[in-house]
Design a protein around this ligand. Sequence first.
Ligand SMILES: *Cc1c(COP(=O)(O)O)cnc(C)c1O
Length: 377
Amino acid sequence: MSGNEQKYIQEAFDTNWVAPLGPNVDEFEREIVNYIGANEALAVSSGTAAIHLALSLLNIAKGDSVFCSSLTFVASANPILYQGAEPVFIDSEPDTWNMSPVALERALKDAYLEGNLPKAVIVVNLYGQVAKMDEIQSLCARYDIPIIEDAAESLGSTYKGRVSGTFGEFSIFSFNGNKIITTSGGGALVSPHTELIQRARFLATQARDVAPHYQHSVTGYNYRMSNILAGIGRAQLQVLTDRIEARRKIFERYDQELKQLPGVTFMPELVNTRSNRWLTALTINEEESGITVKELLETLGESNIEARPVWKPLHMQPLFKGNRYYPHDENNHVAKRLFQTGICLPSGSNLTVEEQNRVINCIKKTFFKVTSQGGIL
Ligand SMILES: *Cc1c(COP(=O)(O)O)cnc(C)c1O
């Protein structure tokens, strides 16, 4: 927490706005709009809820298909299942680790020929890095398919000077506890289309018709954000810029200290883009280093350092067995390789230099032990 959260929470208590609406919610929405320059924002109970609302607004239902990045957290695709629609997974490309425009183009062409174009494309910006939006937008425009930008991990990142959250018909953010800023749990749906966000607000509040009694004509949801949590969000948004600076510094130190180790490659940053570096991620080539991700996770774990593997691609999940998937290249399955060789290092904004040194030294020691035994260096 940054310190200012208590002030906004206190205001909510003092004015008795303890409900999923109130002044903090209104202000938080306005501040999100100001920050990213969208027309309209809706604060909701989670990023997952925001994706679900976007799919609902696009009338996605049983029999429809939705394309989605494969290398992501399961929450990107779960709402497709909520709607009874069918996800089709698109592989990553090596420059951003995000949706491969080459694979997307093949998938769209096939779908067009089959007369089964997707109703939406969910594009994820992994670990803060924005996807190749020019290519993806032009492909989606060719077939007139709306983009839902899953910016859960990329709040504050930019692509060619444009801020993440402005690339889709809808974009979503998450304020879950693990994200760069948090409301403990929460999310936002943003869009250039004011009337669609108004409709989302209606759906997220149980879709209550204008009537003197309780009347409902369509299925709604209980997805609004609490006024208390929105207070936390307001204070968090004020420190977002500092957090991005801190995370980028953490990335830079890891990079400087570890990139010369054999087989180590850090997640790239695309030219003309600026990642918030939510998590520092890197890959380890086992042949060059003699070390697997699993071994490194274990040795870090023994030193009480929590690191994580890269997301397991959704096309490899038991949940999505049988769903279609388009690789970057028949001979180059990028997301699968990133999963097998990738690791996320401790990246919290409050990680001290001493703590970071401890991680760096532990990794170096692991490498030197292996390389001195195997004689690779
Ligand atoms: C965290 C996350 C979500 C879901 O957000 P919640 O607020 O936890 O529901 C969706 N997509 C990605 C890529 C995420 O990292």
